[in-house]
Write a protein that binds this ligand. Structure first.
Ligand SMILES: [Zn+2]
Length: 91
């Protein structure tokens, strides 16, 4: 079996922007093939629950069902579903 070391980490385009701002993200079922990720939309702060498959070096844009813009960028193979939920971070 061939083992290859990946030396080039993925660098987001607007890295500065993402470091300065803050986004709530909670990952559940990390040990399962399908993870559930709870987060708030980057733009409209809608609480969202996404089911994603695998962990990948590619980044997927997850569209927000509420405002239609990119809610979050996830490093995953596939986004199975995105469901609006009440945000756990908003009282
Ligand atoms: Zn939104």
């Amino acid at each position: 079996m061939e083992v290859r070391e990946i030396k080039k980490p993925y660098k987001p385009r607007n890295q500065d922007n993402e470091i300065r701002n803050f986004q709530h993200v909670k990952i559940l079922d990390c040990n399962e093939p399908v993870h559930r990720i709870i987060f708030e939309c980057w733009h409209c702060k809608q609480g969202l629950l996404s089911e994603v498959e695998g962990v990948s070096l590619q980044t997927l844009d997850v569209p927000c069902p509420s405002c239609g813009r990119t809610a979050i960028k996830l490093m995953a193979n596939k986004v199975i579903s995105t469901t609006p939920i009440p945000s756990p971070w908003q009282a």
